[in-house]
Design a protein around this ligand. Sequence first.
Ligand code: ADP
Length: 602
Amino acid sequence: MMRLVSPRRWSIRTKSVALFVGYVVAFAAVYGAFSVHLLRRETVAANDRLQQTARMVAADVNAHVRVGLQRLATVAHLPGLVFGLRTMGEKGTGGHIPAWTTLHYIFFRSPVLTGGVFLLDGSGTVVWTEPPGLSWVGQDLSDYAPLADVYLHGVDVISGRLEADRLTPKPHAVLATTIRSPNGERVGVLAGVIDLTAPQLTTILQAASTEQGRFVSVRDTDGAEIMATERPRHADASDPPLLATVPLADVPWHVVAGQSRAIALADIHRLQLMLLWIGALIALGALAVGIFTVRRFVSAINTLTRNAQVMAGGDLSQPVLVQERFDEIGTLGRTFEQMRVELQRSHAALTHRLEERDELMRLKEEFLANVSHELRTPLNVIMGYTDMLLEQDGAVERRSVLEGVRAQSEHLFSLVCDLMTLSGLNSGKIVVEYGHVNVADLVGRVRQLVERLGRDRDISVVWADDSAVPDMRSDGRRLEQMLTNLVTNAFKFTPYGTITISVGHDIARDMIVFAVADTGIGIPAHEIPHIFDEFRQVDGSMSRGYGGIGLGLALVHRLTTLLQGELSVVSKVNEGSCFSVAIPRCPRAEHAAPEVRSRQAG
Ligand code: ADP
């Protein structure tokens, strides 16, 4: 089954073809409607012209025949004629017909009755002819069909076309009128013959134009042709002519004017053909131009699409080439090229900056590692010497000074250790050294630190370590480093109050949970997401009231991840903070966490 695709999904080519087909259909519709309209108009105009011709001819023929009829009627009413006929009828002879000159006069004065005039008595015998002595004299014409109605019904007769008969060998028509006595009795018939070939009548028809396939004919009531102009030769059944019919006013004939339809509408047909050609040429022209334009358009779009795809694939080295165009496509192409150049430039700048950054990072790590190493060695020596001096007996003051030196050295030592750990973490040199960790021992070491930090401080420390906390498998050194940082922070950011340190076993998850809570200054909520960043401090100004370099929590976070643990913090400004670290008692796999490794790789 064919599936219809929405026009919105059509390609430009399909849309163009649809547009062209639409144009052709629209043209055909307009052309068809226009042609039909023109044909109708021209047919009506041609019919009007034919009607006019038919009216003109009908008026002339009518006038011509009417004259003949009037002549017959005038003579039929002559009293002498009636009298003569009656007396002839009564006595058989001796009837007196008016002087022949009267009829002769009528005959000559009437150009209508060109075939002659004849007088019949009441029984249908020709008693007299004009011109005199025609062969009809003495003939009994009572059975002559054209006169039958006169004798049967006493009405005037105008016949249709009659071919050669006993009256005349030429085509003719007969007019006849009844001669009645003053008391209405029919005493005879006066008839006239119209010679249809006589020039008087034919000239009327010939006056009508027969150019351009026109013809005129006079027909009787039965439609039989009485006379006609010559028909155009090429007329055939496939070209039915246009016809206009007009009846004669006084004669039961009608005139038919006709014209070959093909000739009458020839101009329109020529115009139609011309329009068709023009339309077809325009369509062909549009098709040729359209194909050329659409091809160029589509090929330019395709080129741009290919270029865009190459760019999207990350290759910015290929220039965007759209042939020399100055239209919208050209502008688009040039804009694309500008974009490519700009992207290439930005890409180069970015790559350069990244390289610079990587180099700087490398230098920083190198520097950190070197400086820390260089600092730690003499510090170790200083601390060693201080210990040696402290082991010897000495004055109390000297001992207190030495203890001060020792404390500061330790602080410095722990700072340097943190720096080295961070450097190691960043360079990927630090690996977890898994081993058995005695949690109680670990807590014991933290207790020593707490005691030292809490000396001379208005802080009470609460221990909530569970003696039943089991041992674990982890990196004891790193755990101690994390706890040291959390505890040091708690003391640093708690001017007075309580610090609670707890260690417990989350049996459900089999994790050892270390928590350090204080009632110190707390951390604003919006800062919490950032405090684990390297060198980040809530108050980083030089005038801040707390020391530190913003490294402790970053290390705690990185080490927790490394040990597959979880770190959380809850804090409220001026109420205190609580940091908890949960570390698996038995790590899933004894290797570095994935994110740390990826960082190392980067
Ligand atoms: P610092 O060397 O400044 O202590 P840290 O990374 O350990 O660096 O801590 C980062 C910042 O987090 C600290 O500067 C401090 O603003 C805040 N912070 C850490 N621990 C606490 C705490 N227990 N109470 C309040 N603020 C703390």
